[in-house]
Write a new protein. Structure first.
Length: 110
């Protein structure tokens, strides 16, 4: 009887973990040398993108071409900005300070 109960508990735990968002990934994009690295990433719906600022001297931001998606404030060295992408699509963005220097990126959500 004890073994049966344990099996049921393990099965229940497995079901809970499968349905939990713990399977969503966090993907890091660095902001460095006035570029997004990598500039293009492909993720799955539900994943989070984390932009991490690694340029000591210069501020950056993340502004989406689709203005309905909320972009970041100015991000400084060592700070982060996160967005969860729930819907499939192609999300182009840029840094307002360095767009003309080629600081652009795209998140492709499958
Ligand atoms: Cu920038």
């Amino acid at each position: 009887m004890k073994v049966n109960h344990l099996n049921i508990l393990l099965l229940a735990a497995a079901c809970i973990s499968l349905s939990s968002p713990a399977f969503a990934d966090e993907v890091v994009v660095k902001m460095k040398d006035w570029l997004f690295k990598p500039a293009a990433i492909t993720i799955k719906a539900g994943d989070t993108v984390v932009w991490v600022h690694e340029d000591e001297d210069d501020p950056h931001n993340v502004i989406f071409e689709d203005a309905s998606i909320k972009g970041s404030e100015t991000i400084k060295y060592g700070k982060q900005f996160k967005v969860v992408f729930d819907k499939a699509g192609e999300y182009k963005y840029y840094c307002r300070f360095h767009r003309d220097n080629g600081m652009r990126g795209v998140v492709i959500v499958k």
